[in-house]
Design a protein around this ligand. Sequence first.
Ligand code: TMP
Length: 209
Amino acid sequence: MLRRGLFITFEGPEGSGKTTHSRLLCDFLKKEGYKVLHTREPGGTLISEKIRKILLDPKNKEMDVACEMLLYMAARAQIVKEKILPSLKKGKIVVCDRFTDATLAYQGYAGGMKLEVINSIASIVTKGLKPDITFLLDIDAKAGLLRAGKSKDRMERKSILYHNKVRNGYLDIAGKEPGRVKVISATGKIEETQERIRKAVLKICHSRI
Ligand code: TMP
């Protein structure tokens, strides 16, 4: 058991393999005896999963970027209150696929919303919570979209120009916070990438026992 919880997030453009890596990491940590909550954004609670459906439904193609950003934030407010903070309080490791960095990259860098506005709303809905460590699985936007498959959701249907801005946005965030955000190429071997992720996480875990 950790003295205090650990909050780990996975980020990356579409098709970066973050879900695979976060699942592998959780399986490993559970085997090591840690208490783990694996969740995703938008989603992870009844209300947030309902909001996810609205956000990703291709029929909602008229959605305004401010509406989009606020819906992502609404989903976040719920999961932070209902799941993430209580789990961290109990000393669990919380592994979340995407968090506030995704709003900065998608609705900010790509969608054109001001980063200060996003950061200020995020500070309200997250109650100031920031990940202890973030793995940014980096991949060329076009290659990632190809990997993501054919039945595309509303976000995946946005232009390649948009998705390139998402990727560059993520890299910019990583450049600003190198201590927290670890950039890892998503094109390497799964086993090697996973090994790097595990090592980085265990290092923090051992410092908190
Ligand atoms: P997923 O495909 O990784 O499950 O995420 C759902 C989509 O939502 C993905 O295209 C990224 C996007 N997204 C945002 O645009 N802003 C956000 O704040 C979050 C959490 C996700």
